[in-house]
Design a protein around this ligand. Structure first.
Ligand SMILES: NC(=O)c1ccc[n+]([C@@H]2O[C@H](COP(=O)([O-])OP(=O)(O)OC[C@H]3O[C@@H](n4cnc5c(N)ncnc54)[C@H](O)[C@@H]3O)[C@@H](O)[C@H]2O)c1
Length: 256
């Protein structure tokens, strides 16, 4: 029998009905993991899960807003009920709200904080509690963004939440390390997804021009980094923020 990297592993991927989360969930399943796909859009979660199953993967859908405590506790219980345990969490669900700083509204901030920070924090807590109870370690990866590392127009609030996640994983090495759970963020730069192409039809052209590697990332670029960071090969990597951006954050403004 073919020996797959994530055979016998159980993974939750939040915000995985499409985009980066879906690409990661699909590849984890191809590599042998049993995967729970979450999305706030329940139909999308089911469609995504069905597609993975049709391709031979083991997958179940859990629809619901993953920033609500009952869904956070529910998804961990669901994974354990369906697959018996939890080994990997990809806390990927996040929203991007653009806005001029001087006009930015409290309601936008509340939703942003609820999903990107509150939701991610408590999903990480719920997954950790389960892994600690099981007693055989695990792996947690949170999706951050380069806008938490470098200034970007209209993304002050969003960038602030992602910088918070980068610091969260550093803090949590103290709590998770003794339980053999490693935790990191992956930090995508501009990445081609259905969403980014809809938000900006010139996305490919603009990011190809300003990215040192000559192109924005694809979801495959992000998947490769993500699978490494939740694999046995990265167990000693903890509290790190791995940037995947074709070099964009390394370039300063030219002095002319
Ligand atoms: N695409 C990029 O260029 C880029 C760059 C840096 C970081 N990121 C981050 O990557 C992650 C995924 O981004 P994407 O581009 O794939 O986005 P996307 O919008 O294509 O997909 C995100 C999915 O998450 C779901 N979702 C949103 N809020 C949710 C909630 N509260 N509960 C459950 N599901 C929810 C959406 O319905 C959607 O299907 C996000 O955290 C985002 O901030 C993306």
């Amino acid at each position: 029998m073919e020996n797959k990297l994530f055979q016998q592993q159980v993974a939750i991927v939040s915000g995985a009905g499409k985009g980066i989360g879906y690409a990661i969930a699909r590849q984890l399943a191809f590599q042998g993991a049993s995967v729970v796909i979450n999305d706030i859009d329940s139909d999308l979660a089911i469609t995504a899960s069905d597609k993975i199953k049709e391709e031979g993967g083991i997958c179940e859908a859990f629809g619901g807003d993953i920033s609500e405590i009952e869904n956070i506790e529910g998804i961990v219980a669901f994974a354990v009920e369906k697959f018996g345990k939890l080994d990997i969490l990809l806390a990927n669900a996040g929203i991007t709200t653009y806005g001029d700083f001087l006009e930015y509204q409290p309601a936008s901030m509340q939703r942003l904080l609820q999903i990107n920070l509150f939701g991610t924090f408590f999903l990480t807590q719920a997954a950790t509690r389960q892994m600690v109870k099981q007693g055989h370690g695990g792996s947690i990866l949170i999706t951050s963004s380069v806008t938490g590392h470098a200034a970007h127009p209209f993304l002050a609030a969003y960038g602030m939440t992602k910088a918070g996640l980068d610091q969260l994983v550093k803090n949590l090495v103290i709590d998770l390390g003794p339980h053999k759970i490693n935790i990191n963020t992956m930090v995508p730069g501009a990445t081609l997804t259905e969403r980014t192409l809809i938000e900006d039809p010139d996305y490919l052209e603009i990011w190809s021009r300003i990215t040192p590697s000559g192109r924005p990332s694809t979801t495959d670029d992000i998947v490769n980094a993500a699978l490494f960071l939740v694999s046995p090969a990265s167990r000693q990597i903890m509290g790190q923020n791995l940037v995947i951006d074709g070099g964009w954050t390394s370039v300063g403004v030219p002095p002319y």
